[in-house]
Design a protein around this ligand. Structure first.
Ligand SMILES: Cc1cc2nc3c(=O)[nH]c(=O)nc-3n(C[C@H](O)[C@H](O)[C@H](O)COP(=O)(O)OP(=O)(O)OC[C@H]3O[C@@H](n4cnc5c(N)ncnc54)[C@H](O)[C@@H]3O)c2cc1C
Length: 142
């Protein structure tokens, strides 16, 4: 799925992919006119600032519509979940004053094989499923 999607996106004349760019903040009134005199005033989003990791410069991307799709926040648990699940989008939205909801529904994986010095990896969900199963029908151990 990912390969097919990337191929279609890279062929699209109106889509530009910026690799090695990390969005760091949404551009709102706070950046243009400083702290709002009325904190309840409506806030607008005019794009985002992104760090160009290779050039080590922050660039400004102006947009009439900005969509955050930065995934979950599972990596707040140090040794489980992908490194990229940092919750950046939620943090940026919160800093911009957006209402944040349903955070309890973000998936995270609690089971990992931790071996100090080596990369951790996910232990199959089947392990948890098996444990649940055993509460009702104890597995025979031979
Ligand atoms: C270990 C594991 C196993 C899973 N197995 C399954 C499965 O078998 N079946 C299933 O249906 N689902 C599975 N899931 C869930 C599924 O992977 C997620 O629900 C799905 O990937 C979420 O998609 P997304 O586009 O919201 O976020 P993601 O796929 O996480 O994509 C977010 C993207 O945003 C990028 N990003 C993050 N912060 C920034 C930033 N500041 N600037 C620029 N880019 C940024 C990230 O690099 C990433 O490419 C699994 C999840 C985990 C963690």
């Amino acid at each position: 799925m990912e390969r097919a999607l990337l191929k279609r996106v890279s062929e699209h004349p109106q889509i530009v992919i910026y690799e090695n760019h990390i969005a760091v903040d949404l551009i709102t009134e706070h950046h243009v006119i400083g702290e709002l005199r009325n904190p309840r005033a409506e806030t607008h989003c005019w794009g985002a600032y992104a760090l160009d990791v290779k050039a080590n410069v922050v660039k400004m991307f102006l947009a009439s519509v900005t969509m955050l799709s930065t995934g979950g926040a599972g990596h707040v648990y140090l040794y489980t979940n992908p490194l990229i699940a940092t919750g950046d989008g939620v943090a940026m939205a919160a800093r911009a004053g957006a209402n944040i909801a349903n955070m309890e529904f973000i998936q995270f994986h609690p089971t990992t094989l931790y071996n100090s010095g080596s990369p951790s990896f996910l232990i199959s969900e089947a392990v948890r499923g098996f444990g649940q199963c055993c509460e009702h029908r104890p597995a025979k151990i031979s």
